[in-house]
Design a protein around this ligand. Structure first.
Ligand code: BES
Ligand code: ZN
Length: 637
């Protein structure tokens, strides 16, 4: 990873705290009527109300029309299921804010009785359907609602060309249920087909096989032959251009982003080759990238066959393309082998962050990989310092949930450093072979931390009991903090920046004499983060005059500079700050800026004023994240 994840991870942490807290308020009477232990710890997935251990979806068939006037998807889904318990009478599906019109059998078109449970924020409402005595599929006619948490409907002004509306989904972790009634748990996999109708001239794409052809009538058919968990269901509709950039890679983007993205992400094919070489076949056919409008709330999302990517990483120099390495890596860690519950998130994100680093090393060289590792470690240590012990563990499934169990950058970076430690202990060749086998053995399955540990014991620890002492392994997975065995990434390039800063502070070196000509984004970020605090106006001005940070076209560098500008009241940068917060909706980049303003005595009004104007352009998740920060009160809600 390129940048410290602490802030976005804190957001995710808040998100998951809310989820986990909600688990406590689940009704003791399950809508299935089945016996329930009512314990979060023993629930197959505390974030799903579906009875997927009784009856499991294996295929779905979607037929939806994207109605931009009403901001609704309208149509039906046919759900193909298998009864796992022969006497099961009901199927319980996850939904949130869906309008169900009718539920029927598929063969004889007979109505089936159903009941929508009371909404249980934030899990949604359990849809309980009486299953036909004989049958393997049911049809649900439904509409989404404009406030669907998993969809963002953009008006033309929010797009790059400003001419057409745009729609995109973000289903992870539990938002698929806001646009499809289904078993919204990573423990269930299904294949899917879809027919999507969109306004003429627009293109629909999905986490499925995507055709390069634009359909003049606006009808798109999709097939996803590999079974995926619900959080990887994805759709986007917009004025999307298409460009194939290499044998297995194409880019979908609004026209103004197409060429810049093609240049920026030109290494993608090399990244695929590098990952295949390390971990075995890429199992998903082609690998395309969808460049979204700047309000996309994440850096990227690993929707299979079609990663969703923020345009904010288009820096012009490929310096931020580790994001692609990351989303691509999920094709193995996450999409192929999936965390069974969200408290096992590190099995997705920690493994992915490790693989991302391995890809970056192969494609961009060791030095860049180490710089990224060093930035990430700095971020992780800073974040951990503020986290209670319970939140510093990789696996939180085993601990009492009334302690503040959350997910954070811990899952990403501590997870990654854990795998790196194992790699260094047993040697690369051995560890690569182990991971390769792991992906093979668990392909298209979901795993828990416990299962992983058992597998690790059987396949690696048993061979190297001295190099991988079980206690240390357990300390990594279940213990707080970072074990002292951690390998600390050190790079001369950052050391020399530290020296420069010290020499400048001592008056021995002028800013303009620093040899920054060949600095990469990583070095600039390290420089900005290593500056002494606070900085007076004269120094801020000198930094800006020398390096022109206020006008940096690199969104990550601009972000760090704007943060410093808020903290040091450097008013010259405020116009850029306002522009930035109106142009970009990526949570990792915007939330820290609002937080920093709200931490001051004198900039809170500015924060509120900016937000008032920018909020309508933000994704529902970004709004949910920023609302409490700026104490925004939505009069309508
Ligand atoms: N799957 C995540 C995005 C995500 C995480 C969505 C949790 C919803 C809940 C994606 O792979 C990711 O980690 N993105 C990072 C990329 C970074 C670590 C390189 C991001 O968006 O910043
Ligand atoms: Zn990820």
């Amino acid at each position: 990873m390129v940048f410290k994840l602490s802030l976005i991870m804190r957001l995710l942490a808040i998100f998951f705290v809310v989820l986990l807290t909600a688990c406590h308020s689940l009704p003791s009477e399950k809508t299935t009527g089945d016996a329930d232990t009512n314990s979060v710890l023993t629930k197959p997935d505390p974030h799903s109300m579906a009875n997927f251990e009784d009856v499991a979806i294996h295929h779905i068939n979607l037929e939806l029309k994207a109605d931009f006037d009403d901001q609704e998807l309208k149509g039906h889904v046919v759900i193909h299921y298998k009864k796992l318990k022969p006497d099961v009478k009901y199927m319980v599906l996850d939904t949130r804010d869906l309008k169900i019109r009718r539920v029927s059998t598929t063969d004889s078109n007979q109505s089936l009785s159903w009941r929508m449970g009371e909404p249980q924020a934030p899990l949604g409402s359990a849809l309980r359907i009486k299953l036909p005595d004989n049958g393997e599929a049911i049809k649900i006619d439904y509409h989404t609602k404009p406030q669907a948490t998993g969809l963002q409907w953009l008006n033309p002004a929010q797009t790059a060309t400003g001419e057409h509306p745009f729609l995109f989904s973000q289903s992870q972790a539990i938002h698929a249920r806001s646009w499809i009634p289904l078993q919204d748990t990573p423990a269930v996999r299904f294949t899917y087909q879809a027919k999507i109708e969109v306004p003429e001239g627009l293109r629909a794409v999905m986490s499925a096989e995507n055709s390069p052809e634009l359909n003049p009538e606006g009808i798109y058919n999709f097939n996803m032959p590999q079974a995926i968990p619900s959080y990887l269901m994805a759709i986007a509709v917009g004025d999307l251009a298409y460009k194939k950039i290499s044998e297995h890679v194409a880019i979908f983007a609004e026209q103004p982003f197409l060429e810049p993205a093609a240049y920026e992400f030109a290494k993608t094919e090399d990244m695929i080759d590098a990952t295949k070489e390390l971990y075995g076949e890429y199992q998903w056919g082609d690998y395309d990238l969808l460049v979204l409008p700047p309000s996309f709330p994440f850096g990227g999302m690993e929707n299979p066959r079609l990663s969703f990517i923020t345009p904010t990483v288009i820096a012009g120099d490929r310096s931020l393309d580790s994001l692609i390495a990351h989303e691509l890596a999920h094709s193995w860690s996450g999409n192929l082998v999936t965390n069974a519950r969200w408290c096992d998130l590190w099995l997705n994100e920690g493994f992915t962050s490790y693989i991302e680093a391995r890809i970056t090393e192969k494609v961009h060289g060791q030095e860049r990989m180490i710089m990224e590792a060093a930035l990430n470690l700095q971020g992780l240590q800073k974040e951990m310092a503020d986290l209670p012990e319970a939140e510093q563990r990789l696996s939180t499934c085993e601990v009492e949930l009334d302690s503040e169990d959350v997910f954070s950058g811990v899952a990403y970076d501590k997870g990654r450093f854990f795998l790196e430690w194992m790699e260094k202990q047993v040697g690369r060749a051995e560890f690569d072979a182990f991971l390769n086998q792991y992906f093979d053995d668990f392909a298209f399955q979901s795993v828990t931390s416990k299962q992983f540990l058992t597998y690790l014991q059987q396949n690696l620890i048993s061979k190297y009991p001295d190099k991988l002492p079980l206690n240390t392994v357990k300390e990594w997975i279940y213990g707080p903090g970072l074990p002292d065995v951690l390998y600390v990434p050190v790079t001369d390039r950052f050391e020399s920046i530290n020296d420069d800063i010290a020499a400048w502070q001592n008056g021995q070196l002028k800013l303009s004499d620093m040899d920054t000509k060949n600095w990469t984004t990583h070095e600039w970020l390290h420089f900005l983060r290593a500056l002494p605090e606070p900085l007076d106006q004269k120094t801020m001005r000198a930094l800006d005059q020398t390096f022109d940070f206020t006008h940096s076209q690199n969104n990550e560098i601009a972000h760090d500079w704007l943060l410093l500008s808020i903290q040091n009241r450097y008013q010259v940068a405020y116009d850029r700050l306002i522009q930035y917060l109106n142009d970009i909706g990526r949570m990792k980049l915007i939330v820290p800026l609002y937080e920093a303003m709200m931490e001051t005595d004198d900039l809170t009004e500015l924060a509120k004023r900016i937000y008032e104007k920018a909020r309508p352009g933000y994704h529902p998740l970004a709004q949910q994240a920023v609302d409490p920060v700026v104490k925004y009160a939505d009069d309508e809600s």
